[in-house]
Write a new protein. Structure first.
Length: 249
């Protein structure tokens, strides 16, 4: 505020910005300065790395979301299920597996796989815990069939990849959809470990659907990235340069 009110400040020949961009104070037309900023491929790579470290905060987030999801499914409470999906980390983990495999950055793929496995196990264990403590019959029965799940997962994956192009996309909303696609099957499996499993056909279909969702989101997320013309050699060059720099240090 002091800068803006200073007698020497002139918006016609000065521009203010911050490292974490919140607003631009300039005389330029708002239509021009509010254009979403494009994300370079390296940002995609580093964002996926940042979101796939199995830290204490990650574990707490995954467990909290899984417990909420288990309770929401037991009571068929859509509000609790949506809130749980906001917590559950699944989307970036699946994308890291596909993106890491495609870019030949094996460590990224392994980190994504490890975090994805933890989130899945957290959902299974939460299903067991909530069923043992709360009890009762699960009231949630909105399990999509395999083909429908595949189409939904394909849409989620492609959208998640494409919205990386600029910061106009709301990636966290796509993450909610992905969390539901993954989490409900893992929580259901935890319930079944306590109450018993239904007929074998239902078990096979739901487990297969879970696998379809995992593969589809990872694969179509990668297709979304490729639609942005992200090139493998650019990422590999960046990894090689940073690796050489770290080795010299």
């Amino acid at each position: 505020d002091r800068v803006l009110s200073a007698p020497w400040y002139d918006a016609r020949n000065s521009t203010l910005s911050s490292r974490q961009l919140r607003a631009l104070v300039t005389a330029d037309d708002p239509h021009e300065i509010t254009q979403p900023m494009l994300e370079p491929p390296i940002n995609v790579f580093e964002d996926l790395w940042q979101l796939n470290h199995l830290t204490v905060s990650y574990m707490v987030r995954a467990i909290s979301g899984a417990l909420l999801l288990a309770y929401g499914m037991l009571e068929n409470d859509p509000i609790t299920i949506v809130v749980a999906a906001l917590f559950l980390p699944f989307l970036s983990q699946a994308l890291a597996v596909g993106f890491g495999a495609w870019s030949r950055e094996v460590n990224l793929a392994l980190h994504g796989l490890k975090c994805l496995a933890f989130s899945t196990i957290a959902c299974v264990v939460s299903g067991v815990i909530v069923q043992l403590i709360h009890g009762g019959v699960m009231k949630y029965h909105t399990f999509a069939p395999p083909l429908t799940s595949f189409l939904i997962s394909a849409a989620i994956g492609i959208t998640a990849g494409i919205i990386t192009e600029d910061d106009a996309g709301r990636g966290y909303l796509i993450g909610v959809a992905a969390a539901v696609q993954y989490g409900v099957f893992a929580v259901w499996f935890g319930f079944c470990l306590v109450q018993g499993f239904p007929d074998s056909h239902t078990v096979v279909v739901r487990l297969a659907t879970f696998a379809i969702n995992v593969v589809s989101i990872a694969l179509f997320g990668l297709i979304g990235y490729r639609m942005l013309n992200i090139k493998r050699r650019d990422l590999q060059g960046f990894v090689r340069i940073t690796g050489q720099h770290a080795a010299h240090e």
